[in-house]
Write a protein that binds this ligand. Structure first.
Ligand SMILES: C[S@@+](CC[C@H](N)C(=O)[O-])C[C@H]1O[C@@H](n2cnc3c(N)ncnc32)[C@H](O)[C@@H]1O
Ligand SMILES: [Zn+2]
Length: 295
């Protein structure tokens, strides 16, 4: 059993634990404090709502406008459900790879229901998520409503931050990446797990302007604004942000129910891997960066 000492985001004591990690997104400087159901900035005085008295809501009107399609997608398909699309074995496999320590403070960016986050043996788990409806039925971590491009967290507060299948939903990836680096402690790790943009099937829908993407029924299922990035593009972002690359792995997908299409895809990948580099054939990747101690 994983340690579950963490309180849920539903309790006042939970919010008290969260406060030291938060900053105001309006002025970007102030620390916040909670009183009477509002998080208030100590510098500019602006307040932020608590959603249903549970999750601090740091989305600005501007964010909400920019995220309109994305938020509508989650409201339409996953309102108040626990979004979880992988098998238990798969979550455990990710958790083992990530090597989180009991004393770590961990942030998942675009956490959904926090399916993987809640399985990590961390001291404090925080999930940033713009779609409030995905947080409603959750527990086991502190949910914060906000966007990756302007995180409501102070600098250098997390030992590890990760995007799992969420960076391709973010419109300004460079901004989100730099934000993740900002909130990481020196020596901390940034981990990105994503669908592999080099995979032939992904390539066809990666370009938002491609005719195939416009016609593909897959797009209706995966959401409106996804654009996928290659490992090379991520590594480039890592260098621009002075990170060290620690690990690059290409991985298979693991689902509870494996469809015939997924079986065929796996067979196709395995047979071709002998002649074609695996980066073009594996469905997912895992990239781990470390923030140097001297930046
Ligand atoms: C495919 S889900 C993955 C959820 C979760 N990480 C998981 O693996 O189960 C993509 C997530 O990215 C979130 N997302 C979309 N735009 C975002 C943004 N600008 N900042 C942070 N998260 C975002 C979505 O709301 C959604 O929860
Ligand atoms: Zn402020």
């Amino acid at each position: 059993m994983l340690e579950t000492s963490i309180v849920t985001g539903h309790q006042d004591s939970g919010l008290a634990t969260l406060v030291p990690y938060l900053r105001c997104v309006h002025c970007g400087k102030g620390a916040v404090h909670f009183s009477k159901g509002l998080a208030n900035c100590e510098e500019c005085g602006k307040g932020f709502a608590l959603r249903d008295g549970r999750f601090p809501d740091f989305l600005t009107d501007e964010d909400r406008e920019q995220l309109k399609k994305e938020l509508a997608f989650w409201e339409d398909h996953f309102a108040n459900t626990v979004y979880q699309d992988e098998s238990e074995a798969s979550y455990q496999r990710w958790a083992t790879l990530m090597q989180v320590k009991n004393q770590d403070t961990v942030l998942e960016i675009g956490c959904g229901s926090g399916a993987l986050l809640t399985r990590l043996p961390a001291k404090v788990r925080v999930g940033l998520e713009p779609a409030a409806c995905l947080l409603t039925a959750t527990s086991g971590f502190f949910g914060v409503i906000g966007s990756a491009e302007a995180m409501p967290f102070k600098g250098e507060v997390f030992d590890m931050a990760f995007f799992k299948h969420s960076l391709h939903h973010v419109q300004d990836k460079a901004k989100a990446f730099a934000e993740a680096v900002r909130v990481l402690k020196k020596g901390g790790r940034l981990i990105i797990m994503e669908p592999n943009a080099e995979h032939p099937q992904r390539r066809l829908i990666s370009n938002p302007e491609s005719l195939f993407r416009k016609l593909s029924p897959v797009v209706k299922l995966i959401g409106p604004v996804e654009t996928f990035q290659t490992v090379d593009e991520l590594v480039e972002l890592g260098y621009e942000n002075h990170l060290k690359v620690e690990k690059i792995l290409y991985t298979e997908s693991h689902y509870d129910r494996v469809t015939v299409r997924q079986r065929l895809q796996r067979l196709y990948s395995r047979s071709l891997r002998t002649v074609v580099p695996q980066k073009y054939l594996m469905p997912n990747y895992y990239v781990q960066f470390r923030k140097p101690l001297d930046v």
